[in-house]
Design a protein around this ligand. Structure first.
Ligand SMILES: NC(=O)C1=CN([C@@H]2O[C@H](COP(=O)(O)OP(=O)(O)OC[C@H]3O[C@@H](n4cnc5c(N)ncnc54)[C@H](O)[C@@H]3O)[C@@H](O)[C@H]2O)C=CC1
Ligand SMILES: O=C(O)[C@@H]1CCC=N1
Length: 276
């Protein structure tokens, strides 16, 4: 890839730019960034990452191999309409827009495009995203590999069918929030059982990291790992019994299904507005 243009200069765009530069996939001079009107943010990116920034659309888009759409979904329709003359079938479109279908992007651009729709998560900021990519039929193998390389600079990357992206959104797009929710509960409990806040924070973070690393490195299933912690008649068994009585596992399943449903609903709402 010789040139990447990024439209929308928020936290997701910054995380991806940082990942690309840290892994030397592209040089700063190959990345061009624009946004709606926040010049200060562009100056910050230019000074921190030495990428090219600005509002001269010819300069941003000319000869770009790929254009990344990274504004909020609510701004996507206006943004895509505003740049549609710069979108051609030769340029790969990489979208990080949650709940915006590939066909909505093409309808807004009023042309057929090669589009890769992605769902990263906020851990992209530290290179630990779990991302999924879905392509349309106009994306070449070479374009897909280039995009996969970009997302691998910010973490683990899976390839899925577009229909699966709502499920991915419910699972790993929103996923960090479920883990933070658990951490919040652990912090509250630590306070109630009399542990010092700072020390408890350290214990909680290391417990989560350790368990995640065990899931990754051991060949055991989550259930096997859980059973290995649980001594008969011991503390874990007593604790887990409370979770089971409150059907916490089923609640987590319902939570992820509901988030996936909501993703589908938001996508349908967006598509129906685009069609009007
Ligand atoms: N936060 C999350 O967990 C995830 C977010 N995403 C998606 O990433 C995208 C970006 O999210 P953030 O980085 O959190 O947003 P953000 O609010 O930090 O940044 C959005 C950027 O878009 C720019 N913008 C707004 N309207 C524009 C326009 N008409 N033309 C050009 N630029 C415009 C803004 O100036 C700003 O720089 C969203 O579409 C979101 O759905 C995807 C996966 C996970
Ligand atoms: O909550 C949301 O709608 C977005 C999509 C994935 C994570 N955050």
């Amino acid at each position: 890839m010789k040139k990447l243009a990024v439209v929308g200069a928020g936290s997701m765009a910054e995380a991806i730019i940082a990942g690309i530069l840290e892994s030397n996939l592209l040089k700063s001079s190959q990345i061009y960034v624009t946004n709606k009107c926040n010049q200060e943010k562009l100056e910050e990116l230019s000074s921190n990452y030495h990428v090219k920034t600005g509002y001269d659309m010819q300069q941003i888009f000319t000869d770009a191999d790929a254009i990344m759409l990274a504004m909020k979904p609510k701004d996507a329709a206006d943004a895509i309409r505003a740049i549609k003359d710069h979108l051609t079938s030769d340029t790969l479109i990489i979208s990080v827009l949650a709940g915006v279908s590939i066909s909505s992007i093409e309808q807004l651009a009023e042309k057929e495009l090669a589009v890769i729709r992605t769902m990263p998560n906020t851990s992209a900021a530290i290179g630990k995203s779990a991302s999924a990519l879905a392509i349309n039929e106009r994306v070449s193998e070479q374009q897909m590999q280039k995009c996969k390389k970009i997302f691998e600079t910010i973490g683990f990357t899976a390839i899925v069918e577009e229909e699966q992206l709502d499920a991915v959104t419910g699972l790993s797009g929103s996923g960090p929030a479920y883990v933070y929710y658990l951490a919040e509960a652990m912090e509250k409990s630590a306070k109630e059982i009399g542990l010092d806040d700072e020390m408890a924070k350290g214990l909680i973070i290391q417990t989560l990291i350790g368990a995640a690393e065990m899931l990754k490195k051991s060949h055991k299933t989550p259930e096997e790992l859980r059973k290995a912690v649980t001594s008969p008649g011991g503390t874990t068994e007593a604790g887990i019994r409370v979770l089971e009585a409150n059907e916490v596992q089923q609640s987590v399943i319902d939570c992820i299904k509901t988030a996936a449903e909501r993703s589908k609903q938001l996508g349908e709402n967006f598509s129906s507005k685009v069609k009007v």
